[in-house]
Design a protein around this ligand. Structure first.
Ligand code: G3P
Length: 224
């Protein structure tokens, strides 16, 4: 398990979020995490998991796995392959890579089977409740309309964050809640934690920042 509160930075498929640039980005995040003792993890594309997990001390998440096992499947991400490449966990059902409920359940099951930390993304309260019943390690609630924008979920929809925390904890206090979408600064993070979330999932606030180091330094101020 990773320590919380945590900031998980999702590199998505941003131009600055893959290959050599992804590694440079990770090194900056790692430096700030070491300086500040903040818990920072990264979620990277499948072709970058191996290099980043070998070259960095930050926990690496896959952005997605598929609900498959060894065998005749083509173009899918085998959970075992993500793990062997160095991932410690995986996002499941990100808003930009949605899955059917049965596949989410199977991804959680397969990930747990091989010891990957599971972070199931949800888009609203109902989906958060459904996700919690699969007992993942994390439920990350992200309203799709706020993703990539400048107004954070913790400011725009505090009731959604609080409602998700209450609903998830009613199912299982063991399942941790993250929130995401539009999180850009330390104040957004502080507010998210005040609402009961145990961290944030974010992307553009770091990956598209003009000054990545300054952006992550500001964000982690919300965790102390
Ligand atoms: O996975 C995190 C993401 O969907 C939120 O994106 O750019 O709003 O921080 P962003």
């Amino acid at each position: 398990m990773i320590a919380t509160p945590v900031i998980i930075v999702n590199f998505k498929t941003y131009e600055k979020g893959y290959g050599a640039k992804a590694l440079s980005l990770t090194k900056i995040l790692q430096k700030v995490a070491e300086d500040t003792k903040a818990n920072v993890a990264v979620a990277v594309g499948p072709t970058d998991i191996k290099e980043i997990s070998h070259e960095s001390s930050l926990p690496v998440f896959a952005q997605h796995i598929d609900a498959i096992g060894y065998g005749s499947h083509t173009g899918y991400i085998l959970p075992e392959a993500a793990k062997e490449a160095g991932a410690v966990g995986t996002l499941i059902n990100h808003s930009e890579h949605r899955l059917r409920l049965a596949d989410i359940e199977e991804c959680v099951r397969r990930a747990k089977e091989i010891g990957l930390i599971t972070c199931v993304c949800s888009n609203n309260l109902g989906t958060s409740k459904a996700a919690s019943l699969l007992y993942p390690d994390f439920v990350a609630v992200e309203p799709p309309e706020l993703i990539g924008g400048d107004i954070s979920v913790s400011r725009a929809k505090p009731e959604l964050v609080k409602g998700t925390v209450d609903a998830v904890k009613a199912v299982s206090p063991e399942v941790k809640v993250l929130c995401g979408a539009g999180v850009k600064n330390g104040e957004d993070v502080r507010k998210a934690l005040e609402l009961g979330s145990e961290g944030v999932l974010l992307a553009s606030g770091v990956v598209k920042a003009k000054d990545v180091e300054q952006a992550i330094r500001d964000l982690v101020t919300g965790m102390v």
